[in-house]
Design a protein around this ligand. Structure first.
Ligand code: SF4
Ligand code: SF4
Length: 345
């Protein structure tokens, strides 16, 4: 099913989706775009490159309360925080980010232990993927092409969107996508010329140039195993790192979290908060021992987790080449260059 709408009427589309559930889309903030709930249909604008923080926040919020309790009362009286799941439309996800959800699913349900918070949100969410504009060169940091992801790749989306002049073409990719497109009365039918344009755009997207190197997951996994103990290599790569954790917080495939108890007087809350392997105390043990006291050990962990351990355990690289870690690192540490240097080491 291929539908279309004039971009001038995009606010009507936003209003219709808001009637059917929660609409989340890139919204312009002071520093750039980020996914946020659309409260006014006029907020929906298609003029963005990608968001600062990845859309993983929709399924794995940075902070989430699980249980509220009173310290003087029995554990059995603790109250779980209701999830309050609603139908959600996640609009404008770039292909690399749509792919990242499939990688994250491995950890949150596909490997056997189901995280109900992640799973229920995933089940309630329809993903409207959106092609990068092929007339705009990819930003310097991007390298999704290296990971086999095209700039107009519909994989991972329920509906995939391509701009065609003054129109937005919307194709259903999954049954959930079919269902929602059928319910949006303001959409027109795509014509044979639209179908042809859509298909050619997808193909063209696979050639859209980002930084690109030939990378075999098994080869890079082995290479990183071989240089794991090369202190010289990892110290050189991490010399400027500030252990700020920005690279992990913006990343669509970083999922480390901590469970903490926050109490004030007699009231307490148990919550999940994002954590990061780049932080100094991430591996601090109760005994006081910390196996990763050096910056190079933490950067090595991040890189090897994505490009070696993850490949060995699950068969895929846990990175989608979105370029966020490089774009927002305050000292320009670039994971693509680290992998390139590792291949040559
Ligand atoms: S490691 Fe960097 S490039 Fe890879 S998915 Fe994470 S933020 Fe994107
Ligand atoms: S963003 Fe850069 S400086 Fe900060 S932890 Fe990551 S690599 Fe280090």
């Amino acid at each position: 099913m291929l539908k279309k709408i004039s971009i001038k009427k995009i606010n009507d589309l936003a209003a219709a989706l808001m009637e059917k559930g929660t609409l989340l889309a890139p919204v312009k903030e002071a520093a750039g775009h980020n996914f946020a709930e659309i409260k006014d249909p006029q907020q929906l604008d298609l003029d963005y490159y990608n968001t600062i923080v990845s859309p993983k926040t929709v399924f794995l919020p940075q902070k989430e309360d699980f249980v509220r309790y009173e310290t003087a009362k029995p554990v059995a009286e603790a109250q779980p925080v209701a999830l309050n799941i609603k139908a959600t439309f996640l609009f404008g996800v770039r292909p690399c980010d749509a792919k990242s959800f499939q990688i994250m699913d491995i950890h949150f349900h596909a490997s056997g232990i189901i995280d109900p918070y992640w799973q229920q949100r995933r089940d309630a969410t329809v993903i409207f993927g959106s092609a990068f504009d092929l007339d705009i060169p990819a930003q310097d940091a991007d390298f999704y092409q290296t990971l086999g992801i095209g700039a107009a790749d519909p994989e991972g989306s329920d509906v995939f969107m391509v701009k065609k002049g003054e129109d937005l073409l919307m194709k259903a990719i999954t049954p959930q996508g079919e269902e929602i497109l059928a319910r949006l009365a303001m959409l027109g039918e795509g014509k044979p010329a639209d179908k042809k344009y859509f298909e050619e755009y997808i193909k063209k997207g696979s050639q859209h140039q980002t930084r690109n190197m030939c990378l075999d997951p098994q080869v890079i996994a082995k290479k990183l195993e071989d240089i794991f103990h090369s202190g010289e290599f990892w110290q050189a790569q991490s010399a400027a790192c500030l252990s700020c954790g920005i690279c992990t917080f913006v990343c669509p495939t970083c999922y480390c979290f901590d469970i903490c108890d926050d109490t004030l007087f007699s009231r307490g809350v148990r919550r999940r908060v994002w954590d990061a392997c780049m932080f100094t105390d991430f591996t601090l043990e109760a005994s006081g021992h910390n196996p990763r006291t050096h910056v190079y050990q933490r950067l090595r962990q991040k890189v090897c987790h994505k490009y070696s351990f993850h490949v060995r355990k699950y068969g895929v690289i846990s990175c989608v080449g979105c370029g966020r870690c490089t774009r927002y690192c305050p000292v320009n540490i670039d994971i693509y260059s680290i992998i390139q240097d590792a291949m040559k080491a």
